[in-house]
Structures are given as C-alpha cells and as structure tokens.
Design a protein around this ligand. Structure first.
Ligand code: GLN
Length: 365
C-alpha cells in the first residue's frame, strides 16, 4: 500500500512537472521577446542614432584613403572602380544602417566560403570538417599548394581554397545543377533577397583558375575529396562570382550575429549550435595570413574576399560589412579593415572584451 501510494504521489508530481515545463516552454520565448523589445537600452548600449553616426563617421574618415590595389589575378576584378566604397551594419532586430554606395554589386569571392560551410554544417554537422578539411589556420596564403603538400591535405580549413573547394564538394544535391541550386538558395536565405552571378567575373575566373583546379586535384589525390574535383572547382568559381552589395553582406553577417536567423525575414538558416563553430573558423582563418593580427586588433570573427568585401560579426550585437576593392599585400580590403575596426571600437563590438567596452568618447562627438 505504502509503496503504491508513493508511486501514485510521484506520478502526480511527474505530471505536474511535465505540465509546468510545457507552460514554460510555450510562455518563455514570447515573454522573453516582449521583454527584449520593451526594454530600454542599457547605459552603454548604442542607440540607433549613435550607430548611424558611427557608420557615417567611418565613411567620412576613410573615404579619401587611397592605399591598396585591386586584385588583378582575376582579370575582371582589376576593372572594378577602386573608389567604390559602401558600409552597412545590421542589428538582430533587423535595423539597417548604411553609408556610401550600397547599390553597386561586387563579387562575393572568398566570403562565399563561409556560407557554403554553413550549408554543410547545417546538413551534416561539424564533424565532417574535422574529418575532411580540418579547422586549423594554415599560416599560408589562401591558395597555397605548399600548405597542402606540407600536411598531405590535412590541417586545412573551409576558408582557404583547398578546404573551400572540398566543402563545395560536400554540399548535397548530387547533380551539378542541384548542388548549385542548394548553394544559391543558401546565399539568398542569408542575404534575404535573390542574388545573381556576375557572369563577366565568372567567365574571367573560369578562364584563369588553373591553380584552383590543381588544388582540387591535389586534395583529391590525397583522398580528401568526395566527387569530381573539376566539377567542384567550377561550382566553387561560380559561388565566388555571386554579386553582392555591402548591405547584402551585412545582412548575411547579421544572420550569424543573430544566432543563425535572418534578422529581417526571420528565416532560420543555421541551427544555433553551429554558429559558434562557423565563427571560430572565421576568427582563426578569415583574413588569410593576417587573421591573427586582425583578431588581435578587433576580436571579431570576419571574412574577406578579393572582390573587396569584408564581413565581421559581433555576436548578439550586429553584423557589419564594407565593400572597397583596393587590397593590401595580404589580400584584404584596406578601407574595409579600417572602417570596421573603427566602427567596432566605438560601438564596443569586441566579443573577447568582457561585457564589451563602453562607447568611446569619439563616437559621441
Ligand atoms: N575566387 C577566388 C579564388 O579562388 C577567391 C579568393 C579570395 O577571395 N581570397 O582565387
């Protein structure tokens, strides 16, 4: 009797707990969301006016900076206007702040690698990268063949060409057109609009991408490759030629800053558990062999492309992007680095600084 009674009592308790957890599960998110939207900014949290002012200041400060040179190993990139300069920042509530040119598209180039990695992370999880591409900085240029030889194709990462082309080969779909559609839909989802390929850039790079074909073949020879290396290189070349504005790139970055959900369309692109995995590779390898100095200066996971784009993510706070084609010796946009460093330092975006620094006085001027 006694034990039956206890059983009965614990059954009631269990039912009560289940009911309670159901109520919490249903109520908590919306209550949390209401609290978030209703709360006023914390003392050091920048207001919308503050953010717009900082973005405008960054534009004015670096508008006349003429250092660097367009990439020219892809002939079409040499022809892009070096004065093109656009800045955009998007916050998790979907507010967008812009300065300069946010209508002219450049090719996304290596920034695409982040979002192809995101596709594979979402579909296959993090382990495939440990098994197939590695997740370590190579300490060499993005298209290094020596790095592949050195470690027999191990210890690469999805953001250098060897790992990126391997990652493209891991995208599901089967046929070349299905894989491409999968990639294109993914980029569209992050950007929140339909993006198109800049065909002149694609054609120009496809005619001159012998080195990337060699890289893919070498990765294949070392057994790191699923599928046809030349087909993957062609799809990779196409993904690098997708046209984006600074605003598109900022939306893509903001989707990552927002835990994997596009802040405007509210479409979930990446499960929250995978976002830190993606950001960690951006932090260690996003700016080629200058990734260390960039992280040292800003603490921001970021990714550059030879088209002149640069994205950076301050998790929970904002995604920012700059487009400006002239690059430094490491292959990173000069103005983009300076503008993002400036914006982040004023807004307190460094995720490695405890609690973020307060807004500096310069931002209040
Ligand atoms: N499509 C370019 C290449 O593979 C991308 C390189 C880059 O942006 N670093 O060479």
């Amino acid at each position: 009797m006694k034990s039956a009674g206890m059983h009965h009592a614990s059954g009631r308790l269990a039912r009560a707990l289940v009911a309670l957890s159901l109520v919490t599960a249903v109520v908590a998110p919306s209550a949390g969301a209401q609290r978030l939207s209703a709360r006023s900014p914390r003392p050091n949290e920048p207001s919308a006016e503050d953010i717009q002012r900082v973005v405008d200041q960054a534009y004015a400060r670096f508008k006349n900076l003429k250092e660097g040179k367009n990439a020219d190993y892809i002939p079409a990139l040499a022809k892009v206007d070096p004065d093109l300069f656009g800045i955009a920042l998007v916050t998790p509530d979907g507010r967008t702040y812009t300065a300069g040119n946010n209508t002219t598209e450049v090719s996304i180039q290596s920034i695409s690698k982040v979002f192809t990695m995101a596709r594979v992370l979402q579909d296959s999880g993090g382990k495939v990268f440990i098994d197939n591409t590695g997740v370590d900085a190579t300490g060499r240029e993005f298209n290094s063949i020596v790095a592949i030889e050195d470690k027999k194709g191990h210890e690469m990462n999805p953001l250098v060409n060897a790992g990126a082309i391997t990652t493209t080969a891991l995208v599901g779909g089967g046929s070349a057109s299905a894989v491409w559609q999968n990639i294109a839909d993914t980029y569209d989802g992050y950007a929140g609009r339909h993006l198109t390929v800049l065909e002149d850039v694609y054609k120009s790079e496809a005619e001159t991408n012998q080195r990337n074909r060699a890289i893919a073949m070498l990765m294949y020879a070392y057994g790191h490759f699923k599928g046809d290396p030349l087909q993957a290189t062609d799809i990779y070349t196409r993904q690098c030629s997708v046209g984006v504005t600074a605003k598109d790139l900022a939306m893509m970055a903001a989707t990552l800053a927002n835990g994997g959900t596009n802040p405007v369309t509210r479409k979930r692109m990446l499960d929250a558990q995978h976002v830190p995995q993606l950001l960690s590779v951006m932090a260690t390898a996003g700016l080629y062999d200058d990734s260390g100095i960039w992280l040292f200066n800003t603490g921001l996971p970021a990714k550059s492309g030879v088209g002149g784009g640069l994205i950076a993510v301050s998790p929970g706070k904002w995604g920012v992007a700059v487009v400006s084609p002239p690059l430094d010796k490491a292959g990173n946009s000069v103005r983009a680095q300076r503008a993002i460093e400036y914006i982040s330092s004023v807004l307190g975006g460094n995720p490695l600084a405890a609690g973020g620094e307060p807004m500096s006085a310069s931002g209040r001027k």
